[in-house]
Design a protein around this ligand. Structure first.
Ligand SMILES: [Zn+2]
Length: 431
């Protein structure tokens, strides 16, 4: 059934791709942005009117790093719950990682996930596929077939492709198939048992540490292969100042590298692990305060292209156990936008920076048609109330899992509604 056209009016439209930030109305029809016009310029006719008074109107937010646990661990999350949590967090689209059970390394599985995602409601699903068969880092998967099946990116996320010759071929082949490869940059032999950042806190708690050099060495090797091949690479969840410095230098050199960090690295440190709180056990680990400051600077100056959640749901069975046995990871789909809003205020950054890091840049890197609200773009819109004060309660999360390090935190600002493909997929119940 064709959707009724929607007018989003009275809002503040923020679209860095068009260089626009100001009052404007938006007409959405046939799944596209049909028109952008001055306030009141689009006649209501029989269209659905969404009053965005006091709201920011952003190109649909895109989270390019989530774990939806489907197939294999649906007790933690599945496509329906994960995509619902994404929409409630303000995301119109997410890129799901392939480290499921079985891993997504075959075209048939990509095809079935994409088809199920289209029926799941909530945010759009984009599915990534493994760089190597079984995510074992030895043999490349069939990139061409994966692309034709609908894969949106390639990654062995959860593991680094340690064999340099394999990764070199992966960069070349991914480029031929026009798929962005994503690297989980952690050298696996220096500290394989590291549970938290190696430093004063790991010593105090008597836990095996993971030094920053685990990430630094992997990024150094990855960048060397980008230099060798000249082909693009995206570095996932950067957590260290030293890793970020390498990326900054590589960009200055002109290498085609991009990177993301997750909100928890911009807010938390290893000190927050406190007395063995497993909700703060994350991989890569929460780092030192100096790393957090460097990442904030990297976001402010654009070295960090993208903010992505690394949403990693785990049930209480995997988290409410001895710290050493607890699974790594935290959910993040519903806190990423409020945290980024807080960061804008702390760093005195304009809202367009948020639209870049959470929409325009992921769209550009993944070569998606979205990331902008220019006429003809997909009708994916995130409406944000930048003022609304609230306390985040993980018990109310739409995710199946409860492993958030931000439970009980006070916030100012969150998503008010999400429009995907011209359809209001989620709106805050109080609106
Ligand atoms: Zn990862």
């Amino acid at each position: 059934m064709p959707q009724r056209p929607i007018i989003v009016k009275n809002g503040r439209l923020i679209d860095p791709v068009q260089g626009f930030d100001g009052p404007a109305d938006l007409l959405l029809a046939d799944g596209r942005v049909a028109a952008v016009a001055g306030p009141g310029a689009i006649p209501a006719e029989d269209r659905l009117v969404f009053d965005a008074q006091g709201l920011w109107v952003l190109p649909g937010l895109i989270d390019m790093h989530v774990h939806l646990r489907d197939p294999g661990h649906e007790h933690k999350e599945d496509l329906v719950s994960g995509l619902a949590a994404a929409a409630a967090g303000g995301f119109c689209a997410v890129l799901a990682m392939p480290n499921t059970s079985p891993p997504v390394d075959q075209a048939d599985l990509v095809k079935s996930l994409v088809a199920r995602g289209a029926q799941a409601g909530g945010a759009r699903l984009m599915q990534s596929a493994a760089l190597t068969k079984g995510r074992l880092g030895q043999e490349l998967t069939e990139y061409d077939a994966l692309k034709r099946a609908g894969a949106a990116a390639l990654t062995d996320d959860g593991s680094w492709v340690a064999d340099a010759a394999v990764m070199r071929r992966a960069l070349d082949y991914a480029h031929v198939c026009d798929l962005l490869p994503l690297s989980h940059a952690q050298e696996p032999t220096l500290a394989p048992g590291g549970l938290i950042h190696e430093g004063r806190v790991s010593t105090r708690l008597g836990l095996p540490g993971q030094p920053a050099q685990v990430e630094e060495m992997a990024i150094f090797r990855d960048l060397a292969l980008v230099r060798l091949t000249g082909k693009p690479l995206h570095i996932c969840h950067v957590s260290t100042a030293s890793g970020l410095a390498l990326i900054r230098a590589a960009k200055a050199e002109g290498l085609p590298v991009s990177c993301e960090t997750a909100p928890h690295y911009l807010f938390l440190t290893d000190e927050d692990v406190g007395e063995y709180d497993a909700n703060f056990k994350i991989n890569p680990p929460l780092r030192a305060a100096a790393d957090r400051e460097a990442l904030r600077q990297g976001l402010a100056d654009g070295t960090i292209d993208v903010v992505a959640t690394d949403h990693a749901p785990h049930s209480s069975l995997e988290k409410e156990v001895e710290f050493s046995d607890a699974a790594f990871g935290a959910i993040g789909l519903e806190t990423a936008l409020p945290l980024t809003l807080e960061l804008l205020r702390a760093l005195a950054l304009p809202p367009s920076r948020l639209a870049e890091a959470l929409s325009a840049q992921p769209a550009k890197l993944l070569k998606l048609p979205g990331g902008t609200l220019r006429p003809g773009a997909p009708a994916d819109v995130t409406l944000v109330d930048p003022q609304e004060a609230f306390v985040y309660r993980v018990a109310e999360s739409l995710s199946k899992s409860r492993n958030s390090p931000f439970d009980g935190r006070r916030f100012q600002g969150r998503a008010a509604a999400v429009i995907v493909d011209g359809e209001i997929r989620w709106r805050r119940p109080t609106l």
